[in-house]
Design a protein around this ligand. Structure first.
Ligand code: TXA
Ligand code: MG
Length: 315
């Protein structure tokens, strides 16, 4: 059982030896391996129980670094990279040969991003290969936002867990692809669509879902706690002592506050995103049988949060 720590050299040794390591990013913790080694990357899939049709994101420490692994970027991709890297934006671009097919599930594109977490950037700069990393949770479960979350579920499967503190964005990166040379939002995430529109103008969306075969990976059921989750704005589920509440800014009147968690006492979507996955885990582990979750305003990061809540409830 591996204990999280801040020993950068230990993480580097593991990665150089083709082993897998839990790493901090600003969005969620990743389960990382040498992206240029199919043998190392295969260990990610088996540790997570992840299906091979779900491609991984490759992490690099800068735009010049990214250019080693993708063909020349369309102008709009360059604009986005300049505006949002380092940060929670993944660009899906035609890959170069050097990226193994296992990383991309056989697609001729690769998802690539420059994370902004200082510990992650330092690690990437010290390595002479990029890191493939999905979120460091068993496939389908809630994503991890602390090193302890990683240790709790994958502590016996990793070579090391590099602790970088709690993630300060809290939802995964926004994913943008360029299937016909024009940008298309595939996944809502840590960069709000409004921010992208401010750089590129209006942008089309094709949010990943199971019924959309052109979009790999992202299933309708995902981010799921073990207990049932119900979206409380959409139903009239009666209160029972086994029910807990996940609220946006305020507790529901008439229900004990011990059975309610508030995503953002400060009333902002950024704080709600930071708390989302940790609170879902906390409620899931508290022995209740139903989480009644409130949907947030459909704007900014609220859209990414609601996307996660809907998939978690889709069980
Ligand atoms: O914030 C994040 O993106 C985190 C941190 C660790 O960087 N990573 C993450 O990875 O969320 P993961 O594996 O949970 O989600 C990766 C998703 C895939 O499920 C797929 O939907 C999309 O990225 N993706 C990756 N490569 C792709 C490709 N070549 N074409 C289309 N979609 C791709
Ligand atoms: Mg994930």
């Amino acid at each position: 059982m591996v204990k999280p720590g801040s020993n950068m050299e230990a993480a580097i040794d593991c990665l150089r030896n083709g082993e897998i390591v839990g790493i901090p990013t600003e969005t969620v913790y990743g389960l990382a391996a040498n992206a240029l080694s199919a043998e190392a990357v295969a260990k990610i899939f088996s540790a997570k129980n992840r299906p091979f049709f779900d491609p991984l994101i490759v992490h690099v420490h800068g735009i010049t670094e990214a250019e080693k692994y993708v063909h020349p970027m369309p102008e709009k991709a360059q604009k986005l990279a300049t505006a949002f890297w380092p940060g929670p934006l993944t660009l899906v671009l035609p890959k170069k040969e050097i990226i193994p097919d296992l990383v991309t599930s056989g697609h001729d594109t690769v998802g690539i991003r420059v994370p902004s977490h200082p510990v992650c950037l330092e690690l990437l700069k010290k390595l002479d290969f990029p890191l493939a990393a999905p979120s460091a949770n068993p496939f389908g479960y809630v994503s991890p936002t602390t090193a302890k979350h990683v240790a709790d579920q994958l502590g016996d499967k990793v070579c090391y867990i590099l602790d970088g503190g709690p993630c300060h964005v809290g939802v995964e990166s926004t994913i943008v692809g360029f299937p016909q040379g024009e940008p298309l939002v595939y996944r809502l995430g840590g960069i709000a669509v409004e921010q992208i529109v401010a750089v590129l103008g209006p942008i089309a969306e094709q949010i990943y879902s199971g019924s959309n075969p052109a979009a790999p990976g992202q299933l309708d059921v995902h981010y799921s706690p073990r207990c049932k989750i119900v979206l409380s704005n959409n139903n009239t589920t009666p209160d029972t002592p086994e029910t807990v509440y996940l609220r946006y800014t305020e507790p529901l009147a008439g229900i004990e506050t011990e059975r309610q968690l508030i995503l953002s006492p400060k009333k902002n979507l950024e704080e709600a995103a930071v708390n989302l996955f940790a609170m879902l885990r906390q409620l899931d582990n508290a022995g209740y049988n139903c989480i009644l979750a409130e949907l947030l305003p459909e704007t900014g990061l609220g859209r990414a949060i609601n996307d996660r809540l809907r998939r978690a409830a889709a069980k």
